[in-house]
Design a protein. Sequence first.
Length: 579
Amino acid sequence: MSRTLYEPKRRLGDLLVARGYVSLEQLEQALELQRADRGAKLLGEVILEREYCTEEQLLECLAVEFGVPFVRLDNKLFDPKMVDLVPREFIEKHTVLPLFRVRDILTVALAEPTNVFLLDQLRDLAGCEIQIAIASAKDIRRMVQTYLPNTRVFVIDDIIDDAGSDSVELIEEEISDIGFDAETAGLSPVIRLVNYVIYNAVKEGASDIHIEPFERMLRVRYRVDGALFKSLELPPHLSPAVASRIKIMANLDISERRLPQDGRIHVMMEGRPIDLRVSTLPMQFGEKVVIRILDNQNIHVSMEQLGFSTEILEQFTKQVSMPNGIALVTGPTGSGKSTTLYAALNSVSSIEVNVCTVEDPVEFQLPAVNQFQVQDKIGLSFAAVLRSLLRQDPDVIMVGEIRDEETARIAIQAALTGHLVFSTLHTNDACSAITRLINMGVEGYLIGAALNMVLAQRLCRRICPKCKIAYEPPKAMQIAVEHMGLEIDEYHRGAGCKRCRNTGFSGRIALHELLVIDDQLREIITTDPSLGAIKTHASQNGMFTLRYDGLRKVKEGLTTLEEVFRVSDESWSPHKQKS
């Protein structure tokens, strides 16, 4: 038999045009792009990238081109015993699925019929002749997830294309005798439901999933751009099975329903790894499950992409390049502190620098960075890890959070002995970080000697570019803007559209307030470290407040005036600054 899978009978492009899946103009454009790329990509890859047709339409024509069947996979076409003929690793790596065997011929579904070596490998592994059928990679991964469960990594893809009426019928399919055991939680409809909830949350750009049991329903909400919105309402009898399925994925105890539990799930979605942090808490009608989504795709950003104003970015870049000292980032939970610190670490990380982090927990994996996990249960606190880390010859250290005096003192000791230290605090503004350290019990002269800068940060929602319109905000707010010394000619907001779920917002942008510690401020911290004195000095030296930075972004048409007033608390009045 030839080493190629099958000889093509008709050309792919002609088939796509003949069936009306792409136009002749689109085919010519795709061929031109392929030629310009010197054949580095197959024609089908170019067509899918340009979204000229769907994957199923392309595979259907590929099947005709190679003279093999195109199949839409379901359990009626699949014999689970056949998966034992081919190793799990091979199935996942090459996106193939053994379907059934008739006499000495094994039929295998695959998504890539042009791989000339795959047939020989399959024949050697299975020990019999191979017949191929073409199926979408999505279908193959779905069948693998359903019938080849992996206890450590879960492959999630678009199990259900859209949340239409068909999916609601599937989700609400009656399942009798729902219980709490692993067997019930492993039923296919429950697996598909949980997969869909997670997949759709990542697709929507959600940071958290809330699964909440009530007397008459099981509610699923997503947190997108900092606000919760309802995604699904499910029958209440599904609550135990959904909670048990998530516990199984997170390797938690499904028999324990009275106490809170925490765990992690490692997910592979569309070829990229995503970590999920799971927290369960008993309620009156069942267990509430909250899943924090940690998508590595969202963390690899540069400092230029964080939304810094030009002046603040220049000062911040200079401060994170200092050879020693402490750089603090402050703000409430969910204000983007970790993203900012990771961007700063990426900017200083290199083969010549030993960069180390102490985190609870390690949220994102950073290349070329040594990351250490806090384990409070065994006495491995921030202070304990940090104390040991100083004997590991670090150059740059990131402490996830300064929570107590001991951690603060060790961080200051590290800064004073030649290390650059990044960390976070929970304070309302930049100036309050200094008084917070003093209230922890750290002497002012140590803070003044070690601290380089404090960056306060908030996140506000960005106006949706698709439905952006001009509008007139309340007069009182416009007067407040004038008092800040800014002139804004035109205000904008989002009217609401399908893309932004009629909220008028899409994505978020950061507001910043940077306090740089100069010699005069070091003297103030040492002698009179009151909040009033620190704020007066910052105001006189032209520090941009969070609200002022937000108003500049309103002037640029990036966000709304109401959003800036919502997230920023102007508890002190700086002098009027230049616009």
